[in-house]
Design a protein around this ligand. Structure first.
Ligand code: IPE
Ligand code: IPE
Ligand code: MG
Length: 255
């Protein structure tokens, strides 16, 4: 098996986020329905959890349904929800074997009951696992997440005066605490499959300093080689966070 061997450990991203795009185009190229593309795409999830774990990644977040995906044809949305409800329970034993904990990012309250039940059960069943976190992003949108954070910040004060003072002193660090991302590490590497070069509302806050990686491979065809290539690329990036290269190198030596 090819692996992440040769990757310096300190260069392995802790949190890898993936925009799993290209299911529809992959299916069309094979003469299959879009839904068949989603089905094949869902199968890649199991693999990617294993590959990420083997490489030493601690969290992998997977963009499965965006706040904008409600604009798709009703039939496609229904098909995606059915896939979630039927395939997720089959994944739970596999996640247990791998020691994977499932977390959900996004508001699933509008999802059909069967899908919600499958998600709740999977979250409960895997809550004590510690090898890797799998963060499924469902009805997730980075803009909505920030709006919700602002609302929670507003609602956290009882009186107008304290609120006004806190608001005038508001910093990104303070607002971040209201985004509900306590269990989630900052995204180090953001991968998009399927050839498009955009963020499509994923992890907007963390996109500020995540390393971006785009590949033409459509999600159903994604392989371990593809992930390793992204991890290797990441290992050679210099993350400066606004500093100069010299400062970063001096800091690296001091560590
Ligand atoms: C990504 O694949 C899966 C979801 C958004 C649910 P797409 O369905 O967007 O595939 P393309 O982009 O049309 O090929
Ligand atoms: C992003 O893909 C959302 C997911 C992969 C779930 P889309 O296919 O919805 O993104 P756009 O519409 O091409 O930007
Ligand atoms: Mg797409």
């Amino acid at each position: 098996m090819s692996s992440a061997e040769g990757l310096p450990l300190q260069r392995v991203p802790k949190h890898v986020a993936i925009i799993m795009d290209g299911n529809g185009r992959w299916a069309k190229a094979q003469g299959l329905s879009r839904l068949e593309g989603h089905k094949q795409g869902a199968k890649r999830l199991r693999d990617v959890i294993q590959w990420a774990k083997d490489a030493g990644v601690k969290q992998v977040s997977l963009y499965a349904f965006s706040t904008e995906n409600w604009k798709r044809p009703k039939l496609e949305i229904a098909g995606l929800m059915t896939l979630l409800a039927t395939l997720l329970p089959l994944e739970v034993p596999k996640m247990q074997e791998k020691g994977a904990r499932l977390l959900i990012l996004g508001d699933i309250s509008k999802f059909p009951w069967l899908a919600r039940r499958a998600l709740d059960k999977a979250v409960q069943a895997t809550k004590n696992n510690t090898e890797i976190d799998v963060i499924l992003c469902l009805n997730y949108g980075g803009q909505q997440e920030i709006v919700d954070g602002v609302k929670s910040f507003y609602a956290s004060f009882d009186d107008e005066q304290t609120r006004a003072k806190a608001f005038s002193e508001l910093t990104p660090e303070t607002l971040y605490k209201f985004l509900g991302r306590d269990d989630i590490l900052p995204v180090d590497l953001l991968i998009r499959t399927g050839g498009e070069k955009r963020i499509s509302n994923f992890h907007l806050w963390d996109a500020a300093y995540a390393e971006l990686y785009f590949t033409d491979t459509n999600w159903p065809a994604y392989s371990e080689q593809d992930l390793i290539a992204a991890l290797q690329d990441f290992a050679h990036r210099e993350r400066r966070f606004g500093k100069t290269s010299e400062q970063v190198q001096a800091g690296d030596r001091d560590e």
